[in-house]
Design a protein around this ligand. Structure first.
Ligand code: SAM
Length: 276
């Protein structure tokens, strides 16, 4: 959270109708040297000039108008307002994340979870990340916990950055990437720990996660849940599906990551699963 820089106000108050100055964005997100700026519709006619001033004062090469994230591969729909290069390297918690901010989601609200992953595993574990993205959650495990990681990502463009990030962070000796739908991943009974960093339909992937899991394993299970179904959900659904597949489950921890939509939370459960 930031307050509007006096310099931005000073420049733009000379160029905008006075009633619009108070609508200028007071907060923004900077990913590497790309700025994500939420802009009210009233500012539409001035959007390119506003973006240019923010870029110059804050120090960014490109500005995107913040929009929404959609669909199976969680693609953003941000409008380019200033500059043209949307590929950048974002450094967080000692990790280099290279990505195309215009086409790949990188949620500032998930920072706590990325940081939490940095000391979650032991070095002798094999961790499988079923929804790897650019390595959002599994690079911290490979870099800081020094565990072995298998990262699965379906989208070819996102996968390209995942592979680059493995090399940028010099973890190619312990992190391997697969460009495939995780349901086609052939490994069975191999993982000590599984990351399921996905939303909306994560429950569809529980049987596959149990197939990849060892007889006893930890699963970091993300999903989106209507507040009125909490705290029973999403644990009850997980437990039901796990039992159908011969596993019992113990809930170790539950965290709210962010509000996903009105009345809907993105949560993560740390679950111990074991074959019965
Ligand atoms: N796990 C990271 C996090 O929580 O910050 C990144 C999450 S990103 C929202 C989810 C990623 O999963 C996307 O890059 C998407 O392309 C990928 N994905 C979706 N369905 C998949 C599947 N069936 N198999 C492999 N990857 C998949």
């Amino acid at each position: 959270t930031q307050v509007i820089k006096p310099r931005i106000r000073e420049i733009l108050s000379k160029e905008l109708p006075p009633e619009l100055v108070s609508l200028l964005p007071k907060r923004w997100v900077k990913i590497g040297d790309v700025l994500l700026l939420p802009l009210r519709p009233e500012l539409e006619p001035y959007k390119h000039r506003i973006a240019q001033v923010y870029a110059e004062v804050i120090g960014a090469k490109t500005v995107l108008r913040k929009g929404h994230i959609h669909g199976e591969t969680r693609k953003p729909d941000y409008e380019l307002l200033y500059g043209n290069d949307t590929v950048t390297v974002h450094v967080e918690n000692g990790i280099k994340y290279k990505l195309d901010v215009a086409k790949i989601m990188f949620s500032p609200a998930n920072v706590k979870e990325r940081v939490r992953m940095a000391n979650i595993a032991r070095p002798d574990e094999l961790v499988v990340d079923m929804f790897a993205g650019i390595g959002h959650l599994s690079l911290p495990i490979a870099v800081h916990c020094k565990a072995k990681v298998i990262a699965i990502e379906k989208d070819p463009y996102t996968f390209k950055f995942l592979v680059e990030n493995i090399h940028l962070n010099k973890v190619q000796d312990r992190m391997t990437a697969y460009n495939m739908d995780n349901r086609d991943f052939p490994g069975e009974n191999i993982a000590d720990r599984i990351l399921m960093g996905y939303v909306v339909k994560t429950h569809d992937f529980i049987p596959k996660a149990l197939e990849i899991a060892k007889d006893e394993a930890i699963i970091h299970y993300h999903n989106t849940v209507p507040e009125k179904l909490m705290p029973e959900e999403p644990f009850e659904t997980f437990k039901k599906i796990a039992r159908e597949h011969g596993y019992d489950v113990e809930k170790l921890n539950e965290l709210r990551i962010k509000r996903y939509a009105p009345g809907v939370w993105h949560v993560v459960l740390d679950l111990r699963v074991y074959k019965v």
